[in-house]
Design a protein around this ligand. Sequence first.
Ligand SMILES: [Zn+2]
Ligand SMILES: [Zn+2]
Length: 131
Amino acid sequence: MAAERQTKQKAIIYEALKTLDHPTATEVYGYVHERYPSVSRATVFRVLSGFSSSGRALEVRLAGSDMRYDYNVNEHYHVHCRCCGKIADVEVTIKTPATKTVSESCGYLIDGFAAEFFGICPACAENKSCC
Ligand SMILES: [Zn+2]
Ligand SMILES: [Zn+2]
């Protein structure tokens, strides 16, 4: 019975990730709480970190924003709307820039690189009053 409840909780939390599109843990909790008030905040946070350690979701850290969760675990980048803060996926291949030069300049062995794009989303571009 407990296992069944856990499965259900996980399903609704995963659904929140897909529906909300890069939500923060608090946003996920809001979504889940509206539908299943019995699910605690601690459960939501625990399940989310379980998703990220098992590879079912990514933790996304973007400048000036709380950590967000992403159900899209393929390698991708994000674009951030300057007006409304909306985040979208960018699925293009970007060559890691100048790894060798960076490595030589700081002496670190470079094994990662993060890029984040900024801009104005289509909705904000249309509704010019918001920026
Ligand atoms: Zn926008
Ligand atoms: Zn994403």
